[in-house]
Design a protein around this ligand. Structure first.
Ligand SMILES: *Cc1c(COP(=O)(O)O)cnc(C)c1O
Length: 375
């Protein structure tokens, strides 16, 4: 073993304009690098209290159960599904992109009977088809993706959807991994029952934590379970004993990640949600306009377009991978391609959290102009 063959990792300071992870502010990186705290250290216990308060602000909720799940956004998804499924339960899932597919796949693995409301990638659901689907059976929950990162589609009318779910005796589970901290996620006003997110998108923390909140309606459903959840690590009843009053060990909390999340959330609160949403809107508009000036079309119509993730249509004759490689190698910028039915058809450009800045948009647009020799 010649340890000298392992060099330092290059650290070019990439400009991250993909679907996540987003760039992380220096103050958050400094927090991440603080000496490790024990997971039951009184200092860390107060970090946990702060995180719960700051997450309630960010989710716009008074829900007592509002914590970061250990793991990335998918762990939040897995926690939301596994805790609310007992084998044979009927569930309804909206699938109009990759993350909707993932919800359906995961729910199936916990042995739910999965019904789907389907739309082609890049389309959105309308409230009437959701209402109709909800009436077809007695579903335990309806699960939907708020911002579908594979297409850039934003779900609108969530309050109405939640109401329709409740009228039919179903909970609403909502994936806000891409949107939390970048666009309004009004958990209480919408009456969404279980809402989860991820740390590395619009919250601009490194990947590794998944904020999750649930309300009273959901907690009652959880209490009525006849069997324990099929996932031990993500058992919310057990995790709650560590995050709640009792503070009993369940698994070792990733303490540095939580300290970093506290700092990222403190930055969200300092900026204020309204200002943060406006910033995401303004940089998105600058990007949309710049792309359109280069004759690059956008997949989603404006009313259902996410601000933090833009699906740009790759112009005919342009080599998708060559452009993305050149952006990375010559301009130090990361964007992403499409996948599934949109592979080779779109670029996915993220303006999430700390990445959502005017200078990044101007940089990307001028880089595109040079590579594509447009404008
Ligand atoms: C990124 C993302 C996920 C998955 O999160 P990971 O952190 O990659 O596990 C789930 N849903 C949506 C909408 C996402 O954008």
């Amino acid at each position: 073993m010649d340890a000298r063959s392992y060099k330092d990792i290059p650290s070019p300071g990439r400009i991250l304009l993909g679907p996540g992870p987003s760039m992380v502010a220096p103050r958050v990186l400094r927090a991440l690098a603080l000496p490790v705290l024990g997971h039951l250290d009184p200092i860390f216990l107060s970090v946990m209290d702060d995180i719960q308060q700051l997450l309630r602000y960010t989710f716009q909720t008074k829900n007592e159960f509002t914590i970061p799940i250990s793991g990335t956004g998918s762990a939040g998804m897995e926690a939301a599904l596994s805790n609310f499924i007992e084998a044979g339960d009927k569930v309804l899932i909206g699938v109009n992109g990759y993350f909707g597919e993932r919800l359906a796949e995961m729910a199936g693995r916990y042995r739910a009977q999965v019904s789907r409301i389907e739309r082609p990638w890049g389309e959105v659901f309308d409230i009437e088809e959701i209402r109709t689907a909800l009436k077809k059976d007695k579903f335990k929950f309806l699960a939907l993706v708020h911002g579908e990162t594979s297409t850039g589609a934003l779900l609108t009318g969530v309050a109405e959807i939640a109401q329709a779910a409740h009228e039919n005796g179903a909970l609403l589970i909502l994936d806000t991994v891409a949107t939390l901290g970048g666009a309004p996620v009004e958990v209480d006003a919408w009456e969404a029952d279980v809402v989860f997110s991820g740390s590395q998108k619009c919250l601009s923390c490194p990947p590794g934590l998944a904020p999750l909140t649930m309300g009273e309606r959901a907690r009652a459903v959880l209490r009525a379970r006849k069997t324990p959840p099929g996932n031990w690590y993500l058992d919310l009843g057990m995790v709650e004993k560590y995050w709640g009053e009792e503070r009993t060990y369940h698994h070792t909390a990733p303490t540095n990640m939580n300290v970093a999340l506290r700092e990222a959330l403190r930055a969200v609160a300092e900026e204020g949600l309204e200002a943060r949403f406006s910033r995401h809107q303004e940089t998105a508009e600058l990007l949309w306009q710049g792309l359109q000036e280069m004759d690059i079309g956008l997949l989603m119509p404006e009313e259902n377009r996410m601000t933090m993730l833009c699906a740009a249509l790759i112009p005919p004759g342009v080599d998708d991978l060559a452009v993305r490689t050149s952006l990375r190698e010559n301009y130090n910028i990361e964007i992403a391609g499409g996948f599934g039915p949109l592979a080779g058809k779109i670029w996915r450009i993220g303006l999430m959290g700390f990445s959502s800045r005017r200078e990044n948009v101007l940089n990307l647009l001028s880089s595109f102009r040079e590579i594509l020799k447009r404008g």
